[in-house]
Design a protein around this ligand. Sequence first.
Ligand SMILES: [Zn+2]
Ligand SMILES: [Zn+2]
Length: 182
Amino acid sequence: MSLPSELLNQIGVVLELIVAFFTATLVAFWIGFAVWTFRDIRSRTRDIFAWLLAVILVLALGPVGLLLYLLMRPKDTLAAVYDRQLEEEALLREITERRACPNCQTITEPGWLICPQCRTELRRTCAACGKPLELHWIACPYCTTPVAEPQYVDESRFRPAVIAPPPATTTEPVAAPATLTK
Ligand SMILES: [Zn+2]
Ligand SMILES: [Zn+2]
């Protein structure tokens, strides 16, 4: 039994269309892989040689190349690396700022109220709970007591001249580190 030639022609045309469709889809995906790879590698390294290598790998091997690229690509994006560097720098700056006496650069401990070398006021104690407070704070973070604003302005203006620690309660925590340094 033989099929009519017209029907055979129609089947051939349909098959050609299907093959063309799949080829076009495959090419589109291939190009898509390469474009995605280019964008991805560009966000991870500034090395143009690495960009070329990654795109050529994906263009040459397609999905397999993409898989290889995903296995070998740099772990972090440049933006993530930059963010982490900023965080580390900020942390380092905070630590050094906190620990050095603004007057004589002596390394101080976070709980100290005055510098043991030059008696510069570093912190004051909370009137309510006695915890050390930074000079620029306007409220105690431990017990929420507000720090009196006028007193803060007054004392900071006279800060270089003020040498004696204000209340008797402050002498205890100060005495311990001061004697340690002697
Ligand atoms: Zn000092
Ligand atoms: Zn307090």
